[in-house]
Each structure stands twice: as structure tokens, then as C-alpha cells.
Ligand binder design. Structure first.
Ligand code: 7TS
Length: 420
């Protein structure tokens, strides 16, 4: 079951659409500490529209059954809904067949799957994996684990002072032993949108495969895996208005077909004997056990929701808001924005001299403003910018100028409180 957001039926103007989008999100209608909630922690996770909430409760109330096993009516209906969701995700990322879409718990699991399945099969001692200095720990640690297991080496593309990858350094890192390049499409701590098409082409010229971590991209910019020509693409449902515990891994069919299973169990087999087990075709080969059925179906509705507004519209709205936010808070005395690339999504990470980000966010919280403070699971990147943590406001489709004005007012209070 999916509904168009209430916003879309009534107006075509972007401002009009965005003004109404907010009403699709029940969580945004509440107050915290006696102040209207201003939710600016979208890079951590987004709130859910009513259509996603309705889909989830409808499934549990009326359609609930396991998938791919029962011959009974409900099981068939649940299986259809689950596979329809896969098709929606395929369409959302521009894959050529839904066999290339594997449901996983999220970006973290997707990357671990590729590291352990593709990595252990195709890489060997002395091979090299290239990542970047701006990766989330989810795109560092799985490769370190793999490197320890097979004695491969990790190489790191550095970032410049504005928070962009230094492509000349990348070119120098590529060599005959480079087997895999794994990088984020958009940085969660800086907002930088990386020139991934160029980076992929450079890797392919060296016969290396490329995995893109799309956790921070999929809700903000249109994704077309065929146009990008990436080999793997990973993202999480909860960052694009869908449920937690569900995400997708895209992989080129010929790669997935050649890869060994990541986990063994039910669903992923063709035939089991004690002597030898044969495996199901993709994507089932990589979906051992009962999947997060309602999560996938809810993700399908979230994708419908995003598509009904349009990723181009969302991107334009967020860019306008990012400009406004950068102007509004960018020249507060002592405030340094970390991540100043002209190619950014709506992420404002900053350091406010002398105040620990946890203290800032505590003051903001009392003003009803939710942001994230910390290292954002990007500790090496924090070190690169000489900080241990930042305060991060991250925008989404339902934020507006008034949210930014409230953020500014709350930051003024924090500055006064700490006598800055
Ligand atoms: N990659 C990037 C770029 C991310 O931003 C995140 C989560 C992940 C991977 C992991 O995603 P998961 O859904 O598997 O956990 N990033 C953040 C963040 O910035 N704040 O909280 C979570």
C-alpha cells in the first residue's frame, strides 16, 4: 500500500510542495523541552512519513506471513509485496534487473558482504584496496578486517582543506595491485559530493572494481548505477525515510553470480545434502534466513514517497536551504565550517571555538533543535581537520528556513551561555 504524500496532489510549485511535505511526518508535529521540534539530524536518520508508517502497520495487521515458502494466500501476497519492493529499489537506483538488488540490514552489512564475499574470493596477499580519508568507519573497518585476513594493503586518498578528494594523489595510488576502490558517494561529516564517475573510470582503467557507499547520497541526489558504472552500490533505508534494519546492495549481475555466499542458511540454497550444497541464484543466494520483510516493503513505500516528490526537487530545495544556512550561521564569530566544497549536500559540520560539540548540542536540544555532536564515525577525518568532534546540522526534504533561523537563535544562546 502506498500513498502519494499529501503535498503532491495540491500544487506543483516547489515551495508549495515543500511547505506541505512537513505535514506528512507525524514526528515533526511535536514539541521537545516545551519547544517545537526542529529536526536537523537527518544524516544520522530521517523521520518517517505517514505512508511508510501506514504500510508497516497494514502489513502486520493484514498481510503478515513469511516469504518464498508458503503456498498459502497470505504468503504469496507477502512474497509479492517483498518482490515488488525489490523492483521499486531497482527502479530507484537504475539497475537493469532486480536480480542485482540484494536486501541487507543496511550500508554496513552491504559493505561487509562485499568485503567478505568478493574480497576474499578475488583478493590475495599483496593486493591493494583504496579508500579515502573521509570514509565512515563502516567503509574502513570491513576492509581492515579483510586486509588482516588475506594480508592485503589499505591505501588512503587524502582530502584537501575544503574537504575534497585530491585526485592527483588518487591517480598516484592506483597501480597494478589495486583490486578495489571503496569510497563514499557523499561524506557524512563534510557533505562533499565526490566526483564518483571520474573516480570509477580511473579505477576501471586499472582493472579495479569500485564500491560506492551511498548512505548519504540516496535521499539527496538521483542515483543511476548504470550511468555511474559502479560495480557495487550500498545504501540504508532509514536514511531515506524508510525503516531501520533494511538497506540494499546493488552489484553487477556477473560479479554477484561469481561470488560465494556471505552467510549460509535457509532461502539461499538450491539443494542441501551432507556431502554438498548448491546455492540459489542471485539475489536469494545472498539473503540467508527470513529477511526483514516489512522493512523491505516499507523501504519500497519510502522510495515511492521520494519519487513522488522527485529527487531533483528535493536536491534543489536542500541546496537552497544549504545556501541560506551557510549564510546565516557561517559568519558567527568563532564558527568554522568544516567541509566547504562547492559540491555539497545539506550537511553543515562546524567547530565553535572553545565549546565542546556535546555542550553545544545540549544547549540546542533545550531549544528544541536536534543535531549530532561527535566524530560522526569518521575519526580519521576529524584528525585531518584537527578536531576530535564537530557539531553537525544535516538537512532533509522537510526542513525549512524557519528551522535554520531557530538553529541560529539557539547558537546565539549557546555563544552567550559560554561567553563567546
Ligand atoms: N556510510 C556512511 C557514509 C554513513 O553516513 C553511515 C551512517 C554508514 C555508512 C552506516 O550506515 P548504517 O545504516 O549501516 O549504520 N552514518 C551516520 C551518521 O553520519 N550519523 O549516524 C549514522
Amino acid at each position: 500500500m502506498s500513498r502519494l504524500p499529501s503535498s503532491v496532489s495540491t500544487t506543483n510549485s516547489l515551495d508549495g510542495i515543500m511547505a506541505k511535505v512537513r505535514h506528512d511526518f507525524p514526528a515533526l508535529q511535536q514539541s521537545v523541552h516545551g519547544k517545537p521540534l526542529v529536526y536537523l539530524d537527518n544524516a544520522a536518520s530521517t523521520q518517517k512519513p505517514q505512508s511508510v508508517i501506514d504500510t508497516i502497520s497494514h502489513y502486520y495487521a493484514f498481510d503478515y506471513a513469511n516469504v518464498h515458502r508458503g503456498i498459502h494466500y497470505l504468503s504469496e501476497r507477502a512474497t509479492r509485496a517483498y518482490e515488488d519492493a525489490r523492483e521499486k529499489v531497482r527502479n530507484f537506483i537504475g539497475a537493469s534487473t532486480s536480480r542485482e538488488v540484494i536486501f541487507v540490514r543496511g550500508t554496513t552489512e552491504a559493505i561487509n558482504l562485499v568485503a567478505q564475499s568478493y574480497g576474499r574470493m578475488h583478493l590475495t596477499e599483496g593486493d591493494e584496496i583504496v579508500i579515502t580519508e573521509m570514509e565512515h568507519h563502516s567503509n574502513i573497518v570491513p576492509w581492515q578486517l579483510l586486509c588482516e585476513q588475506i594480508k592485503a594493503t589499505l591505501k588512503v586518498i587524502p582530502v584537501n582543506d575544503t574537504g575534497e578528494l585530491i585526485l592527483e594523489a588518487y591517480e598516484r595510488l592506483l597501480g597494478p595491485r589495486t583490486r578495489l576502490v571503496a569510497l563514499t558517494h557523499v561524506s557524512n561529516a563534510l557533505g562533499t559530493i565526490n566526483p564518483v564517475k571520474q573516480i570509477i573510470a580511473m579505477a576501471h582503467a586499472h582493472d579495479a572494481r569500485v564500491l560506492l557507499d551511498g548512505a548519504q547520497a540516496a535521499a539527496h541526489i538521483p542515483i543511476d548505477v548504470q550511468d555511474l558504472n559502479c560495480d557495487f552500490y550500498a545504501f540504508s533505508g532509514h536514511k531515506l525515510y524508510g525503516p531501520t534494519g533494511i538497506g540494499a546492495l546493488y552489484g553487477k549481475a556477473e560479479l554477484l553470480e561469481a561470488m560465494p555466499p556471505y552467510q549460509g542458511g535457509g532461502e539461499m540454497i538450491r539443494e542441501v545434502t551432507f556431502e554438498k550444497t548448491t546455492y540459489a541464484d542471485i539475489p536469494q543466494k545472498f539473503e540467508a534466513g527470513t529477511p526483514h520483510i516489512v522493512g523491505a516493503i516499507g523501504l519500497g513505500t519510502a522510495v515511492d514517497y521520494l519519487s513522488s516528490i522527485g529527487l531533483m526537487n528535493i536536491g534543489q530545495h536542500e541546496q537552497e536551504l544549504l545556501s541560506y544556512a551557510t549564510e546565516t550561521i557561517g559568519d558567527l564569530p568563532g564558527l568554522r565550517i568544516i567541509g566547504t566544497s562547492p559540491h555539497k549536500t545539506g550537511i553543515l559540520s562546524f567547530d565553535l571555538r572553545g565549546i565542546h560539540p556535546h555542550d553545544i548540542s545540549t544547549v540546542l536540544d533545550h531549544e528544541g533543535v536536534a543535531v549530532r555532536a561527535g566524530h560522526h564515525c569518521a575519526m580519521p577525518l576529524m584528525g585531518r581537520f584537527g578536531v576530535s568532534a564537530t557539531t553537525r546540522a544535516s538537512l532533509s526534504v522537510y526542513n525549512n528556513r524557519s528551522d535554520i533561523d531557530t538553529l541560529k537563535g539557539a547558537l546565539d544562546k549557546a555563544r552567550a551561555f559560554f561567553s563567546l
